[in-house]
Design a protein around this ligand. Structure first.
Ligand code: GLU
Length: 460
């Protein structure tokens, strides 16, 4: 697969001379890591015009350095299940880039986790974190541990064993994990408790997504979903449209999906569907969020139970894609590569006007092409879902000053950050002759911030 030029004549030479060999090198050095290849390619494809303008970045081999993590950790996580049997999982932390601040990014606990997945997520995180304008570097971690059907005690024992190795690599100035798929406030609590016990330090700023009465930030739980919808509203506004009155379809029913639905409803949209790995629900009257939260956050049950409790105007469809539901706005908030070319074609046929990625890289490259060619407003995850990590940076700020802000103030800061990300991505895309292309805008805007910091700090 070659890196194609999406930037026109000026940078074609750069593509052949610089970016294609660089992508070949990424493939050679990281065999089998398909998601990382995909994430790297998506960024490389857009950088041609910057290199054409700024040869010093090519000379300093900034992208080669960006594609090679500063440090990659893989470790064994042994633990005992409730029946006293020994279980072994694999733990990861990829400390990708610290030019802007301590490594920052979540932990994912899911059986699909491997080094390639963690590297794709860590790579995305570098640019996403830069776009927020906050002083945070990029990293990511996790484990192939499957939390499904595990008891609370098993989750705790796993988290304690995981931290028994990871703690030596962390610190508020070094590396600051948070949650991602399979890691929420319960897991962050167990991880923080173990870190505190091992180190004998109540170092609040070492993890984010903490509980509100022990250093957590208001609005952190809501931030990724809220931010995604705030970005969508900005994107629509830039086209002279508004979110009010629109039908919104969401994939997933975890933390990002639930709070994306909440903010969409607050802004006057109707959320008609959401999903989990078993299928999707459609509720023409608008999803009942209290019921969804009870089912998913408290009972940790299946989405099909929603229909059983909600009544006749809701239906459950098992085993097919939520993207077959006609909608104006689609928010993929589940996981990587969940919205493919066929789904994009269906969405376009049904009249979708905007798609914003609440998850990390949920749309495949082919799907993105279909949406962009059809003139759909498309927001990539590194811009649209940056509200979560941005609010983590606000949590770190509060921890550093031993302060705690109100929900309203934190949400206002979040909304300013999302507007800033929107405007800088929009402006950058225009500057490089691709108005409305938020993929180009976000990649270049994020890249330039990190590249300038790396250039200033010398060959590290
Ligand atoms: N896992 C989230 C993300 O993908 C948040 C990371 C964080 O708060 O550090 O950006």
């Amino acid at each position: 697969m070659t890196v194609s030029s999406s930037s026109g004549r000026i940078s074609d030479g750069i593509h052949t001379r610089v970016l294609e060999p660089l992508y070949a090198e990424v493939l050679r050095r990281n065999p089998g890591e398909t998601e990382f290849h995909q994430a790297a390619r998506e960024v490389l494809e857009t950088l041609g015009p910057v290199f054409a303008d700024r040869p010093e970045l090519v000379d300093a081999r900034i992208v080669e350095r960006l594609c090679e993590p500063e440090r990659q950790l893989i470790f064994r996580v042994p633990w005992l299940d409730d029946r006293g049997r020994t279980q072994i999982n694999r733990g990861f932390r990829v400390e990708f880039n610290s030019a802007l601040g301590p490594y920052k990014g979540g932990l994912r606990f899911h059986p699909s986790v491997n080094l390639g997945i963690v590297k794709f997520l860590g790579f995305e995180q570098i640019f996403k974190n830069a776009l927020t304008g906050m002083p945070i570097g990029g990293g990511k971690g996790g484990s192939d541990f499957d939390p499904k059907n595990r008891s609370d005690n098993e989750i705790m024992r796993f988290c304690q064993s995981f931290m028994l190795e990871l703690y030596r690599h962390l610190g508020e100035y070094t590396d600051v994990p948070a949650g991602d798929i399979g890691v929420g406030s319960r897991e962050v609590g167990y991880l923080f408790g173990q870190y505190r016990r091992i180190t004998n330090r109540h170092e609040s700023g070492v993890l984010t997504g903490k509980g509100l009465n022990w250093g957590g930030a208001q609005a952190r739980t809501e931030a990724t979903g809220y931010g995604c919808v705030m970005f969508t509203a900005e994107m629509l506004r830039a086209r002279g449209l508004e979110l009010e009155g629109k039908r919104v379809s969401i994939s997933g029913s975890g933390n990002v999906a639930i709070y994306a639905a909440e903010k969409a409803q607050q802004l006057g949209a109707t959320v008609i569907s959401c999903s989990d790995s078993s299928g999707y629900i459609v509720d023409d009257k608008g999803v009942d969020l209290e019921l969804l939260k009870q089912l998913k956050e408290v009972e940790r049950g299946r989405i099909s139970e929603y229909v059983e409790r909600r009544g006749p105007h809701a239906r459950f469809v098992s085993g097919s894609s939520v993207w077959e539901v006609p909608c104006d706005v689609a928010l993929p908030c589940a996981t990587q590569n969940e919205l493919d070319e066929d789904d994009a074609v269906t969405l376009v046929r049904n009249g979708v006007i905007a798609v914003a990625e609440g998850a990390n890289m949920p749309a495949t490259p082919e799907a993105v092409r279909v949406l962009q060619e059809a003139g759909v407003a498309f927001a990539p995850g590194k811009a649209a879902n940056a509200g979560g990590v941005a609010t983590s940076a606000l949590e770190m700020q509060q921890n550093a000053s031993r302060d705690s802000w109100t929900f309203a103030y934190t949400e206002q800061r979040l909304s300013e950050i999302m507007r800033h990300i929107h405007d800088s991505s929009h402006r950058t895309a225009e500057r490089y002759g691709q108005p409305g292309n938020y993929v180009v805008g976000a990649n270049i805007a994020g890249f330039e911030i990190v590249a300038d910091a790396m250039l200033a700090q010398g060959l590290i």
